[in-house]
Ligand binder design. Structure first.
Ligand code: NAP
Length: 285
């Protein structure tokens, strides 16, 4: 059991915010790293550190006195951000870094997995103790459908018949907290975390419709339409290229198999997408 401060990066975001709360529920000392402290409302026991992956000095300050860290970042600068963080963690005397990666990073088959794998390799070579979590596609990506579901009952996507073993971010946070609570037991391990079953987007849309007791339609769009939609949402060009590359790669794979890693580690079944949908119906009404 670690008693030194655990630093969680990306803490204003979807997964790492849950990691902060789960660690706090376990009574562990947590420091949440954010860019803008007004974006978060954590329990009072959580220390909030303002820092930016662009700024090594701010990382060094956030890492002061830290025993273990959960490293999550995002976007086209991911590799540079995380390599800088790992170097600063080493300098600060951190014992263990748990890196949040992506399912399939080890195959380096597309741009985003390659960003993650480059960061994983840097961590593996750093001399720090490490653990890598490689989660499948998130169930919560479906929240991006809320606008068109509310407006017209239609979901647009580009994954075609690709079936992915989507995982609830709560389940990622459960494993993150388990690893960070006793990191030495998980040193040198890479865990691929998935939900219970691979689903196509159309199957997910069907299950969401059942939760809403409303018929929904799935419309598959060409990659160029997906690209335009991402561009007009404000994503930068390098990120959009990487997302389109990932979509093409996943379509090429067809079905991505689930793993039993979540159950092996926790003794529980991972949450199914249908249950995630039932718990989140309010976001689609
Ligand atoms: N979505 C999926 O299906 C999926 C599946 C597997 C793996 N992943 C991986 O999961 C990660 C995304 O997780 P998520 O959904 O939790 O992301 P998220 O909600 O977008 O959170 C990312 C966090 O990173 C922070 N961040 C970005 N740039 C930063 C900087 N320069 N300095 C400090 N903080 C910075 C953001 O801070 P601000 O809040 O200030 O912007 C944000 O809070 C990515 O690494 C992605 O590749 C995603």
């Amino acid at each position: 059991m670690t008693t030194k401060t655990i630093l969680v990066t990306g803490a204003a975001g979807n997964v790492a915010g849950r990691v902060v709360r789960t660690l706090t529920e376990r009574g562990l000392p947590v420091r949440a790293m954010v860019r803008a402290s007004e974006k978060v409302a954590f329990p009072s026991t959580v220390e909030v550190a303002k820092a930016d992956f662009e700024d090594a000095a701010s990382l060094a300050a956030a890492l002061h006195g830290v025993g273990a860290a959960y490293l999550l970042s995002s976007g086209p600068q991911l590799t540079a951000y995380e390599q800088r963080f790992i170097d600063e963690a080493k300098r600060a005397g951190v014992a263990h870094v748990v890196k949040h990666s992506v399912q399939g990073a080890e195959y380096e088959a597309s741009i985003i997995p390659r960003w993650h794998r480059a960061s994983e390799k840097h961590l593996e070579a750093s001399g720090l103790a490490w653990t890598v979590l490689r989660p499948a596609s998130f169930a919560s990506n479906a929240l991006g459908w809320a606008g068109s579901v509310k407006a017209s009952g239609v979901v647009y996507g580009a994954l075609g018949d690709a079936a992915l073993p989507v995982i609830d971010p709560d389940d990622i946070a459960t494993v993150a907290a388990l690893v960070l609570s006793a990191p030495a037991a998980h040193a040198g391990k890479a865990y691929t975390l998935t939900g219970p079953v691979a689903l196509t987007t159309a199957q997910q849309v069907g299950q969401l419709g059942e939760a809403l007791t409303r018929g929904l339609a799935y419309v598959n769009v060409p990659d160029e339409a997906a690209r335009d939609a991402m561009r007009s949402s404000g994503m930068d060009a390098a990120w959009v290229d990487a997302m389109v590359d990932l979509i093409k790669t996943l379509r090429g794979l067809g079905t991505v198999a689930p793993t039993d890693t979540f159950s092996s580690l926790t003794g529980k079944a991972p949450r199914a997408f249908a249950e995630w949908a039932r718990l989140n119906v309010a976001s689609f009404r």
